[in-house]
Design a binder for this molecule. Structure first.
Ligand code: CP
Ligand code: NVA
Length: 306
């Protein structure tokens, strides 16, 4: 039985297989609908934080594959407070065929996976967001016809989304350039994993001092909110450090002319990204959001039909 907690646990070939299956499922859906390969299967969805894309795309994805999703809100379950995480994992395993969880502490996902007898999927933790990276790579694959050999630039906060994007790039042979304020870089263990993964591949995983240097020659410019869920009390302090890391028209002019701009959403327009960029022809942000559906359907089929 496999879990999907972090992309580092999946091989490059396995990730490419998921992307190719996602392309097929997207096409199948557009030509009349998906086969009900998950008929009779149920996904349990635990949310400790708000969500639009993750909640709706998993729910609709299960429906399109003939299955069913059960939403469990933070108040109902009170993970680790009303009931211990091992007990939640054991109980849910008797009802559902897979668990998708959005949590604060990544360790809570590991505990769920340890005690569940069904696959556990990371729907975002403070450390990573692998479902997002899977959809992002699907979007890049569709836009450029390949991933290997491209250059992806991330500008902004060294957060969960950046961590998953960096390991995904390293695994799939794309160079990764990142510019963050000095105090808000990615943790050292994330760097070590990505650098180790890139060994033997002709890719460059590198940190830059300025956003303009990072986006030079980039095929993709990616950003995310400067204030992630759970960091609201640090908002004023963080915003002081980020003014030079906005994705705006001037920054985009430093990249390739065919560069695409990506954002996992929700966007804080006027902060990390301007309206002019988010709504430009180069923006892929809504394609990205829609691709969550197809990338995750590929993942659900892989995990739930083993
Ligand atoms: N990108 C993303 O995960 O969006 P939600 O927080 O709305 O699920
Ligand atoms: N980094 C953001 C991503 C939201 C999808 C957060 O964790 O809030």
């Amino acid at each position: 039985m496999r879990h999907f907690l972090d992309l580092k646990d999946w091989s490059s070939d396995e990730i490419m297989d998921l992307l190719n299956r996602a392309v097929d499922l997207k096409q199948e859906h557009a030509s009349g609908g998906n086969e009900p390969v998950l008929a009779g299967k149920t996904l349990g969805m635990i949310f400790q934080k708000p969500s639009l894309r993750t909640r709706v795309s998993f729910d609709v994805g299960m429906n399109q594959l003939g299955g069913y999703a059960v939403m469990i809100s933070p108040n109902e379950i009170q993970l680790g407070t009303r009931e211990s995480i091992p007990d939640v994992a054991r109980v849910l395993s008797g009802y559902v065929d897979a668990i998708m969880a959005r949590v604060f502490a990544h360790n809570h996902l590991r505990q769920l996976a340890q005690f569940a007898s069904v696959p556990v999927v990371n729907g975002l933790s403070d450390a990573s967001h692998p479902c997002q990276a899977l959809a992002d790579m699907l979007t890049i694959y569709e836009e450029f016809g390949e991933i290997s050999g491209l250059r992806i630039a991330y500008v902004g906060d060294g957060n969960n989304v950046a961590a998953s994007l960096m390991i995904a790039a390293a695994k799939l042979g794309a160079s990764f350039a990142i510019a963050t304020p000095a105090a808000y870089g990615l943790p050292s263990n994330v760097w070590e994993n990505a650098v180790a993964e890139s060994a033997g591949r002709p890719v460059n995983i590198k940190k830059y001092r300025t956003a303009a240097e990072a986006v030079q020659d980039a095929h993709v410019i990616y950003t995310d909110t400067w204030v992630s869920m759970g960091q609201e009390d640090q908002r004023d302090e963080k915003l002081e450090h980020f003014h030079d890391f906005q994705v705006n028209d001037e920054l985009v002019s430093h990249a390739r002319s065919d560069t695409i701009v990506m954002h996992c959403l929700p966007a804080h327009r006027g902060e990390e990204i301007t309206d002019s960029v988010a709504d430009s022809d180069q923006s892929a942000i809504f394609l990205q959001a829609h691709n969550r559906l197809h990338a995750q359907k590929a993942l659900l089929v892989e995990l739930m039909t083993q």
